[in-house]
Design a protein around this ligand. Structure first.
Ligand SMILES: CC(C)(COP(=O)(O)OP(=O)(O)OC[C@H]1O[C@@H](n2cnc3c(N)ncnc32)[C@H](O)[C@@H]1OP(=O)(O)O)[C@@H](O)C(=O)NCCC(=O)NCCS
Length: 179
């Protein structure tokens, strides 16, 4: 099955082996590590490679996972966005990470809306979508607000982080953003 989601400016496809270098490079930027590394430090390239491999494995195990986000016009890789639920996670999450050169253009919310529509269509009984966000991560909270999520007040502890669970109820979300 070929999965391809198109939004106004972007194309989303399941993260694939050919995205390894772009993804590993993105994770090697301190602005990304600030919120996505266990100790807030850039991980060794070999660790970032293993991390990437686990994302491909997530697709194999779950049948869903991160999407590669590319610009429609140029094909340039800009990041990864999409559904994610490793074991122990507090729910089915839509996450996002955009290469810092491309921040501030609304790519994360645009891709997330496409990815969440796809996710709700795949899981007709899914009651809500969540995003787990560090209380200091204002950029990510900005994305959550733009896609209709609210801070649920729930806390998810991961590594030394106390992450806030943002969430949107299925029916409310689909009424606003559903295609
Ligand atoms: C969070 C993230 C995905 C947002 O992606 P994005 O495509 O830039 O999203 P937006 O364009 O909607 O911008 C979100 C906010 O980032 C802020 N921002 C940060 N850097 C910016 C820049 N260089 N230019 C403009 N805005 C910037 C803006 O204030 C914006 O909020 P606003 O639109 O309410 O003013 C991106 O910052 C990122 O990858 N961060 C590191 C990884 C991460 O934290 N992931 C989420 C973990 S929960």
């Amino acid at each position: 099955m070929t999965i391809k989601i198109e939004t106004e400016r972007l194309v989303l496809r399941p993260l694939a082996p050919e995205n390894a270098d772009a993804h590993i490079d993105m994770m090697g930027d301190q602005r990304i590590a600030d919120f996505l590394s266990p100790d807030r430090k850039i991980q060794a390239r070999s660790d970032r490679w293993r991390n990437f491999a686990s994302y491909l494995g997530h697709w194999q195990i779950r049948g869903f996972g991160w999407f590669s986000v590319e610009m429609k016009e140029t094909g340039e890789w800009v990041g990864r966005v999409g559904p994610w639920m490793p074991e122990g996670w507090p729910g089915l999450e839509c996450g996002w990470a955009i290469s810092p050169d491309h921040w501030g253009k609304g790519y994360a919310p645009e891709a997330a809306i496409g990815a969440i529509n796809w996710t709700f269509s795949q899981f007709p009984d899914l009651p809500r979508i969540i995003s787990v966000i560090d209380p200091d991560n204002k950029n990510s909270q900005g994305v959550a607000k733009k896609i209709g999520e609210e801070n649920s007040g729930e806390i998810f502890e991961l590594w030394d982080y106390k992450l806030e669970v943002w969430a949107a109820e299925r029916n409310v979300w689909l009424e606003k953003f559903g295609t």
